[in-house]
Structures are given as structure tokens and as C-alpha cells.
Design a protein around this ligand. Structure first.
Ligand code: TRP
Ligand code: ZN
Length: 460
């Protein structure tokens, strides 16, 4: 609810302050919940990010970000989501171009024609910006934890739903997922970790540069970057439904053995999930543990795991999001149940793989959903995006579908969804259409009741 207040105030503010020469912004993506994010018709295919963190633990950043920008319709200008450090310059295919910061947007007045790719480079330097979130104790985006004594500080990204724009210029909507190259330069003695495969380390006069290649498209909010005096722990690689996956975790100093222990099970967790979801969508997976009391976040290939969430259930949940949310991206923020319902359902699949019955888990979900108001699964407000209905009614909807069709067809359905929708912005209607095609109209009807009816349908 508070999110809509913020929006109303911002609109009021821009109406009151609207000087005659205020720029007319091009159409945003058209999200039902965040109508100002993204640019309609813009397709960023790749972000090449050279990021320098000269003093880990502070908000200071320097970056040179090159976007590979394409257009799906003629665009008179580029409008990126950006609330980050001061912009020092922009080039368009190598030539300097003027730019303008207009509220939450970075405007670059060059036309982009369908069928061409522009390489747009933005140089930035200064303190990261802030994106407040009504549900969190911190602002979204670039987190900074000061060091203690001689110990360097820590930084990490924490961005769902729209915090990446606090430190990088992006088309900040999950319906425009992209690949990333990250080159993170930090002082000697500090480690950098990020989404994707770690391909090299180079020492330069500026410090040490760690390079990461995220070769499959991911939503911008899922970008993981961690910097600090981190210990990297390599685990045995695992085969996940026929695909080899590297496993590694990162820990800050002083994390006790009981907090670290559950992460030893990551490979086993991926294998169990792969039996239901099919091949793991990326080349690497693991967790970066952080100290603040925050929710866990499924940052791509490197989940961000607070000490307080360091247990197997949450590791399973964030691992499942690699398929559902990171590989299969949301088409609209109102469809978060497609992320949270599936990731929550994975918790039950894990419990069953341990030889325990599912009844107790299903009972807990039901009791919890029935203890408060419920709603159709497509969210109508920002306050609904991560509520009990998204997580628990979403999971129960999948359980009802499974009860209707049986384990074999349900498994085929999950694997077809994960495979066909990888990289494709997906909405609830896409899931229903797939259910109808793969499982038939009766099964689709069961799922549709869970999606659409105001109250809770009969429980399986
Ligand atoms: N997607 C997170 C999960 O795994 C929860 C979440 C929702 C979140 N919004 C967030 C986490 C904002 C961090 C920041 O369930
Ligand atoms: Zn989740």
C-alpha cells in the first residue's frame, strides 16, 4: 500500500514542479504494477560492465557500462532507468553524445532503428543512488557495510524488483532479460564475485580485476555482485539432468560452521530439483552469505543468503528460482506468483525427496493461507507481489494441478515450461495455455480456478 503512496507523491511532485521545458518521456514498458519502469520497444541484449569499487564498504563506485541496444520499433531516443552515480559521459557507437538526466531516467537523444544494434557506453562515478522499498529495512540496489579495523568492508547488489537502476543504467524490467559481462576491480586482498562463470583474474595498477561471464539472459534485478574479504569455497561439480554445473559459495570472515554446513548440500539440492525441472539453466550455482538481516534473494547463479536464512529450505527455494524467475523471466510484475509459487513448491519436492510425506507441508500452507485474506493469483498492487497468496496459494495451485494429472504428466509439464519459456517473458496466461496444450482442458480448468477465483478452490 505504501508503494502506491510513494507513486502518488512522485506524480504530484512532478505535476507541481513541471516546468515548461520538462522533457516528454517516451512510453515505459507498460508494467501493471510499476508503470514507469523500462522503455517500450527497447531490447538490451547485453550489458558489458567494468565496475571499480575503490573502497569496499562505502557507496563509491566507478563504472563504464556498454549496452548493446536494439529496437523492436523505431525509437526517437533512448530512455534508461537510472538513479545512480553522476554520469561523466555517454558515447554512441564510439562517438560522444549529449545526455540528460530527467527524474528516474537517463535520456540519450539518438534514434534507434529496428534491425540495428547500438553500442551505448555510459561512464559514471560517485555514490550509488537509492531506491526505497516499503517492505525492506534497507534501500534496494547497492549495499555497503563498512569494514571493522583493518578488515575491508563489503558491498553487494540487492535489487528485486527495481534496485539495479540505483547503480547501473538499465532497461529495468524483467521482460527485457540480457546477458552480462562483469569486470570488477577491487583493491588487493579483496574478492569480487558476480553472476556467471568466473573466467579470469588480472592484476592491474588499479587493483585486481575479476571477470565474470553470464552467458544466458537474466532479468536485471537478478544481477549478483559481491565485493569484500570473501572466502571462496569450491564444491564438487554436479550433473543436473545431464548438465554439468560448477558449484561454489562465498563467505565473509567469521561465519561459524553451523551456518556454513547447509551449503554443503547445494549440489544434492540441484540434482533433486533437476529431476523435476530438467537441466539446470546456467553453468554455475552457489550462494554468497551476507550478515544483515534481510530476506534471501535468488540473484542469478549466486544467491544472496543472509546468515539468518542459511538453512536447507531457503537454499532449495532460491535454487529453484534459477529455473523460475531467472531463466524463465516474468513478463509483468503482477505475475510474481510464477516465481514465488514455483520456488515454494520446490520446498515440498525436496521434502518428498528426503522420504518424508508431503501432507504436513501442504497442511501448513493451507492453514496459513486460510488464516488471512486470499486473492486471485495475478497481483493488483505492489503490496500483493510477495504476500502469502503469491507464495502459498501459488504453491497450492501447483499441488492441485499435480493431484489432478499425476506425477508423470506434472513432471513433463514442469520441464516443458522450464525449457520452452527460458528467456521468454512469461505471464500467467502463458502458463495456462501450456497447461491446456500439455495436460488438457480439464487440468487447465483446475489451474485456472486456483488462478482466478476470489476465494480458495477446493483443496486437493
Ligand atoms: N524473491 C525473494 C524470495 O526468494 C523475496 C523477495 C521479494 C525479496 N522481494 C524482495 C528479497 C526484495 C529481497 C529484496 O522469495
Ligand atoms: Zn522466492
Amino acid at each position: 500500500m505504501r508503494r502506491s503512496w510513494i507513486l502518488a507523491l512522485a506524480l504530484l511532485g512532478s505535476a507541481l514542479g513541471g516546468a515548461a521545458q520538462a522533457p516528454v518521456l517516451p512510453a515505459a514498458w507498460g508494467d501493471r504494477i510499476y508503470p514507469r519502469l523500462g522503455q517500450a520497444g527497447l531490447d538490451v541484449t547485453h550489458y558489458d560492465v567494468a565496475l571499480r569499487v575503490p573502497q569496499p564498504g562505502t557507496r563509491t563506485l566507478q563504472a563504464e557500462v556498454t549496452l548493446s541496444a536494439q529496437a523492436t520499433r523505431p525509437l526517437p531516443l533512448l530512455s534508461l532507468d537510472y538513479l545512480g552515480p553522476a554520469v561523466q559521459g555517454v558515447t554512441w557507437n564510439g562517438a560522444a553524445v549529449p545526455f540528460e538526466r530527467a527524474g528516474e531516467k537517463l535520456l540519450i537523444r539518438r534514434a534507434l532503428t529496428p534491425g540495428t544494434t547500438a553500442r551505448v557506453t555510459v561512464r559514471l562515478s560517485g555514490p550509488a543512488g537509492r531506491v526505497p522499498d516499503p517492505d525492506l529495512p534497507v534501500d534496494l540496489g547497492w549495499q555497503a557495510l563498512p569494514g571493522q579495523g583493518a578488515q575491508p568492508g563489503v558491498n553487494f547488489s540487492f535489487s528485486e524488483p527495481d534496485g539495479t537502476r540505483a547503480f547501473l543504467p538499465v532497461n529495468d524490467h524483467p521482460a527485457d532479460p540480457a546477458t552480462f559481462t562483469l569486470r570488477v576491480t577491487v583493491p588487493q586482498g579483496v574478492t569480487a564475485a558476480a553472476s556467471g562463470v568466473h573466467t579470469r583474474v588480472q592484476d592491474t595498477p588499479q587493483g585486481r580485476t575479476f571477470t565474470f561471464e553470464q552467458r544466458e539472459a537474466i532479468p536485471t534485478y537478478a544481477l549478483s555482485v559481491h565485493v569484500g574479504p570473501l572466502e571462496r569455497v569450491d564444491r564438487p561439480a554436479v550433473q543436473v539432468a545431464g548438465k554439468t554445473v560448477q558449484v561454489r559459495d562465498y563467505f565473509p570472515p567469521g561465519i561459524p560452521p553451523n551456518i556454513r554446513a547447509p551449503y554443503e548440500r547445494t549440489g544434492e539440492i540441484l540434482r533433486v530439483l533437476g529431476e523435476w525441472f530438467g537441466p539446470y539453466p546456467f553453468a554455475v550455482y552457489g550462494s554468497a552469505v551476507v550478515r544483515p538481516a534481510l530476506p534471501a534473494l535468488e540473484t542469478a547463479t549466486l544467491s544472496t543468503m543472509p546468515v539468518t536464512s542459511s538453512n536447507v529450505r531457503v537454499i532449495v527455494h532460491e535454487a529453484a528460482h534459477q529455473w523460475f524467475g531467472n531463466s524463465v523471466p516474468l513478463g509483468d510484475w503482477s505475475d510474481t506468483w510464477l516465481n514465488e509459487g514455483f520456488a515454494t513448491y520446490a520446498e515440498l519436492l525436496w521434502v518428498q525427496a528426503q522420504g518424508e510425506g508431503e501432507a504436513a507441508v501442504v497442511q501448513r500452507w493451507r492453514d496459513s493461507v486460510q488464516s488471512g485474506p486470499t486473492r486471485p493469483l495475478v497481483a493488483r498492487t505492489a503490496a500483493e507481489l510477495f504476500d502469502r497468496s503469491a507464495y502459498l496459494r501459488g504453491a497450492l495451485a501447483l499441488h492441485a494441478l499435480r493431484a489432478e494429472v499425476g506425477d508423470g504428466p506434472f513432471r513433463t509439464f514442469l520441464q516443458t515450461y522450464a525449457r520452452e519459456r527460458a528467456g521468454q517473458p512469461t505471464r500467467t496466461a502463458d502458463l495456462l495455455a501450456l497447461a491446456r496444450r500439455v495436460l488438457g482442458p480439464d487440468a487447465e480448468g483446475v489451474l485456472r480456478a486456483w488462478v482466478e477465483s476470489p476465494g480458495l478452490p477446493p483443496l486437493p
